[in-house]
Design a protein around this ligand. Structure first.
Ligand code: ZN
Length: 137
């Protein structure tokens, strides 16, 4: 178990048409955030989510076309090879209320109301446990 103190809470909109993972990564690097929490709601288009196949040890990409509600985006920030990375899972809603969920690989932003909580405390560095997976020790 790791124990942290809350440092800051950042609230912002990701600009329209930005790629969400790229933008969040730039934000956390530029603000020196090494450990943190992420919450996002809004709407995205052309998202790609991953389903981890634990037998093949690889992510199967689910490529969705068109606009989806970003019903819930939740994630964390930790280090991988010394660099801070966001790890975000999403539930996406379609026009009939159907949902898709998974590990967010990419999405173009329509609206992304984002809350990032930076934490201070021990270094949280991911370790490679398979070809694909990097997990907290
Ligand atoms: Zn994941």
């Amino acid at each position: 178990m790791y124990v942290y103190d809350v440092d800051k809470v950042y609230l912002f909109n990701v600009p329209r048409d930005k790629e969400l993972i790229e933008y969040i990564t730039e934000f956390i690097v530029n603000n020196g955030i090494k450990t943190g929490l992420i919450m996002i709601i809004g709407a995205v288009y052309d998202p790609v989510i991953g389903y981890y196949d634990h037998v093949k040890d690889q992510y199967i990409e689910v490529k969705l076309k068109g606009h989806y509600e970003l019903v819930s985006g939740i994630g964390n920030i930790s280090l991988r090879e010394g660099k801070p990375i966001p790890h975000i899972h999403v539930v996406l809603g379609g026009r009939n209320g159907e949902t898709y969920g998974g590990h967010l690989l990419s999405a173009k932003v329509f609206v992304a109301e984002t809350m990032i909580t930076s934490l201070t405390g021990p270094v949280l560095e991911r370790e490679r446990v398979t070809n694909t997976l990097w997990l907290w020790p």
